[in-house]
Write a protein that binds this ligand. Structure first.
Ligand code: NAD
Ligand code: UD1
Length: 338
């Protein structure tokens, strides 16, 4: 069984569907701190397959150990963690505790049970205020906020773990900006509270939850003055995890991969594409830059293509159409079904 921590969340739920559809046996672990049981129900609805759900907190060492005692776990894809940059600044201790202690518990129990294949959700945030784009995996890494520090620290912990025991196979996946949703409109991003990221905020505007979008800065040295990012469809990202799992099944080592499209789009590119593809209006105001933002960050993904034969296939139009389809079908997000 492949254990998916954080499998009820945005990226984890799409990866669970991809794995089930590809015939893998999976188990999902989540404490539902940032997700709802409804996403588990929808994973089963979409795939017409069953998989166990463990409502467990990674901080609960004994409960986690029990899962490993009672199931034949072969590898782990580790999504579980807190992910809001702003919140991490106001709640650093909670972020360090949840993300770092949760990962330490997981790795200790994996080692105890001789499970040594791990795919970890890192982030492009580890490139900090990158000066050169596109970024490659060997460029310097740093953190600009506690959330980013947790990713950086976990990458270091996993590197040290591999040094201590070369029997491990670990993939560190640095996601760029995941957006989009399942093609059915049944599964998507269902953030708790007010989102900070651009696509969920665009969705809130077209959904009537926000009057206007705020564009944070039009004076960057980019083609239209707004920030440029590497948006990647969550379905491509999900496939990236299957590729990473294959890599870990094949080779021992610690491997770091950028997962993006390699193409940088600006805030205006995203707004205009969303408006055109979905035939909607997105009113906006222009405001000063958001502190901590870089002008431009996009990936060089050639390493993932070369070593894992993975490449993103879906474009910005798919991302915009699929994000909107989910929002239209689920204007209130997931209602809890438990
Ligand atoms: P998400 O919040 O939707 O999913 C994370 C899941 O982990 C949630 O369902 C939450 O309930 C669960 N969780 C959190 N702490 C837990 C704990 N202690 N025990 C058990 N479950 C716990 O987030 P996502 O967007 O799906 O992101 C998944 C991973 O990818 C995260 O580690 C995130 O930092 C990373 N990442 C996300 C993005 C992004 O933009 N979405 C970008 C880069 C990296
Ligand atoms: C943010 C996080 C980063 C994290 C990433 C994915 C910050 C400083 N950085 O990055 O650590 O890895 O999300 O989760 O929070 N924008 C607007 N108006 C909005 C929202 C965003 O103009 O309402 C702009 C931003 O200034 C940026 C672009 O849109 O230029 C993308 O923003 P966002 O979706 O938050 O992603 P990142 O900035 O890449």
């Amino acid at each position: 069984m492949i254990l998916i921590t954080g499998g009820a969340g945005f990226i984890g739920s799409h990866t669970a569907v991809a794995l089930l559809n590809a015939g893998y046996e999976i188990g999902i672990l989540d404490n539902l701190s940032n997700s709802k049981y409804e996403s588990i129900r929808r994973i089963k609805q979409l795939t017409e397959k069953e998989c166990p759900f463990f409502e467990i907190d990674l901080l609960d060492y004994l409960a986690l150990d029990r899962i490993f005692c009672e199931n034949k776990i072969d590898s782990v894809i580790h999504f579980a963690g807190f992910k809001a940059v702003g919140e991490s600044v106001s709640k650093p201790l909670e972020y360090y505790h949840n993300n770092i202690t949760g990962t330490l518990n997981l790795c200790r129990i994996m080692r105890e049970h001789n499970v040594k294949k791990l795919v970890f959700s890192s982030s492009a945030t580890v490139y900090g205020l990158a000066k050169v784009v596109p970024v490659t995996e060997d460029m310097p890494i740093s953190a600009t906020n506690p959330y980013g520090s947790t990713k950086l620290m976990i990458e270091n912990i996993l590197n040290d773990l591999f040094v201590s025991d070369n029997d491990w196979s670990i993939a560190l996946l640095r996601y760029f900006n995941p957006i989009g949703a399942h093609k059915s409109g049944i599964l998507g991003e269902n953030p708790n509270g007010i989102p900070n990221n651009l696509m969920p905020r665009i969705c809130n505007v077209v959904n009537g939850k926000m009057d206007k979008l705020t564009i944070w800065g039009t004076d960057y040295a980019t083609h239209d003055g707004t920030g440029v990012r590497d948006y990647i469809h969550v379905l491509d990202l999900a496939d990236g995890h299957i590729a990473a799992l294959n890599k870990c099944n094949k080779d021992k080592g610690i491997f770091t991969y950028n997962l993006g499209t390699g193409i940088g789009y600006s805030v205006f590119d995203l707004i205009n594409t969303f408006a055109r593809v979905n035939n909607v209006n997105i009113p906006y105001d222009v405001c000063p830059r958001r502190p901590g933002d870089v002008a431009s960050l996009y990936a060089d993904c050639s390493k993932a293509e070369k070593e894992m034969s993975w490449k993103a296939k879906l474009g910005l139009e798919d991302m915009c159409a699929d994000s909107y389809k989910f929002v239209k079908k689920n204007p209130k997000g997931y209602e809890d079904s438990k």
